[in-house]
Design a protein around this ligand. Structure first.
Ligand code: THU
Length: 158
């Protein structure tokens, strides 16, 4: 028997400490929450991607009365980016949410399992790390690669 220990290293920045490029991405994610369609949860999530060509793509959660038909902000943005720019790696992904009162959450929100799987695939597809920024009202957690958020991930059965 062997035991493996997995470690996750990440940094926590105050908003005003963030590098300019990251700050811009968080602002784009925040702006995207304003276009989210969340009449059922009243939880407005925004995601912004920085592509390798400098383009910023945003997405937000899109809900549906048939609940499972909706989609998280992260996957909305990633699928759009991969549909429009299939050859361009994604360098960074910022996520932020506002609650039903319109306030940015006190704690950073973290992507669901399904989004992590899609983030991982995007990273693997381009063979380049995708930095993940989880923003809140006061601080931002920065993880250097999406794969750290999904240890022992599913991959093709051989
Ligand atoms: N949601 C996201 O868009 N991203 C996340 O990381 C977590 C949850 C959405 C799904 C649903 O529309 C709402 O937030 C409440 O769960």
């Amino acid at each position: 028997m062997k035991e493996q220990i997995l470690e996750l290293s990440y940094r926590i920045y105050a908003l005003d400490e963030l590098p300019e490029e990251s700050r811009k991405l968080v602002d784009a994610a925040l702006e995207a929450t304003r276009r989210s369609y969340a009449p059922y949860s009243h939880f407005y999530v925004g995601a912004a991607l920085l592509l390798d060509n400098g383009v910023i793509v945003t997405g937000n959660n899109q809900e549906n009365v048939a609940f499972p038909s909706g989609l998280c902000a992260e996957r909305t943005a990633l699928f759009y980016a991969n549909a429009q720019y299939p050859e361009v790696p994604v360098k960074a992904l910022a996520i932020v949410a506002r609650d039903s009162a319109g306030k940015v959450t006190q704690a950073p929100i973290s992507p669901c399992g399904a989004c992590r799987q899609v983030m991982l695939e995007t990273e693997n597809r381009f063979g380049k790390p995708m930095q993940v920024l989880l923003a809140s009202a006061e601080e931002v957690i920065v993880v250097e690669r999406a794969s750290s958020l999904l240890p022992l991930a599913f991959s093709e059965i051989s």
